[in-house]
Design a protein around this ligand. Structure first.
Ligand code: ATP
Ligand code: ZN
Length: 288
């Protein structure tokens, strides 16, 4: 790899994706100094230059080659329809784009939207959704505070991002249907050269290791030797669990990696099978 080639990444300047994006780069071992109040910064230990932008602009900048790669929500990416490559789902910035309707309105599926006025900041996404279901409705594009539109008579229903539903509730609305599940993704320009692709590969390799590590925990436990086989049978392993004898005879220490999805269930089964002194340790990186 040549020394002077740098990959340019666009991330959100401030907002809901900012912290997680910077954190992810840091966890990938990429030093970023003076990120506050900067438009761009260069890493001193990895060939990466970071641009801080409004999230709405990121797909276009990456598409146009102003930046080589970017981190942006799928909601924004699909709405903009920019011709970029999605490289990796990043597992943060999770939210859903949903239809919000007045709490007293009856909803019998998408047909209930026929002829209504829909307020949204996502006109393209909503139009695609309506077309797919052969519904005719009028879309009113507004850029912020979409949830107040029904209350002030601007629209009948809304389509907006929802995480807990609290904002909808406070505005007399309820969630009727999700039209897109979204999370942050890493996107790339479609015509990166060989050197840029090599840097991207390195970055993606590190991101995958960080992401896998977050989904797993390292478990240490003590097992009576006469229950060892039952306990080992409960454990998945990257190969198989490690088993070490303890100083106290008749006991072993068992080490393994557990996935967050099955974590609590397994812990309960392990206790029931006679495991004691269970320690759960976060994993920083996982390279398989
Ligand atoms: P910008 O100033 O960059 O345009 P913004 O106000 O458009 O920022 P934010 O509210 O910071 O955007 O949200 C950025 C992204 O975070 C959203 O596009 C979405 O992908 C994601 N997100 C995650 N959870 C939520 C949520 N509960 N509400 C809104 N967006 C969320
Ligand atoms: Zn935005």
């Amino acid at each position: 790899m040549s020394n002077d080639k740098v990959l340019r990444i666009a991330i959100q300047k401030s907002g809901r994706l900012y912290e997680d994006s910077v954190q992810l780069l840091k966890e990938c071992g990429i030093d970023l100094r003076n990120v506050k109040d900067r438009l761009k910064t260069v890493s001193e230990n990895f060939p990466l230059e970071v641009f801080f932008l409004r999230d709405d602009d990121i797909p276009e900048y990456v598409c146009d080659g102003v930046a080589d790669i970017g981190i942006v929500g799928q909601n924004v990416l699909v709405e903009k329809g920019s011709a970029v490559r999605t490289v990796e789902e990043l597992g943060f910035g999770k939210c859903r784009l949903s239809i919000g309707i007045p709490r007293n309105m009856e909803y019998n599926g998408t047909a209930s939207l026929q002829g209504l006025r829909i307020a949204t900041s996502y006109p393209n996404l909503v139009q695609q959704f309506l077309d797919k279901h052969s519904i005719k409705a009028s879309i009113h594009e507004i850029s912020g505070s979409v949830e107040i539109a029904p209350g002030i008579g601007l629209a009948d229903v809304i389509v907006d991002l929802v995480s807990s539903g609290g904002t909808l509730f406070m505005n007399g609305l309820k969630e009727a249907e999700t039209i897109l599940d979204s999370q942050a993704v890493l996107i790339a320009n479609k015509s990166l050269d060989k050197e840029q692709l090599e840097i991207l590969d390195k970055l993606v390799f590190r991101m995958s290791a960080v992401k896998k590590a977050k989904k797993n925990k390292y478990i240490l436990l003590n097992a009576p030797n006469d229950r060892l086989n039952d306990i080992i049978a409960l454990l998945p392993g990257m190969r198989s669990p490690s088993v070490l004898p303890l100083a106290e005879s008749g006991w072993s220490s068992v080490h393994c990696v557990l996935n967050e999805n099955e974590f609590w269930e397994r812990i309960e089964q392990l206790r029931a099978a006679g495991a004691e002194g269970i320690l759960v340790i976060p994993i920083q990186k996982m390279i398989l």
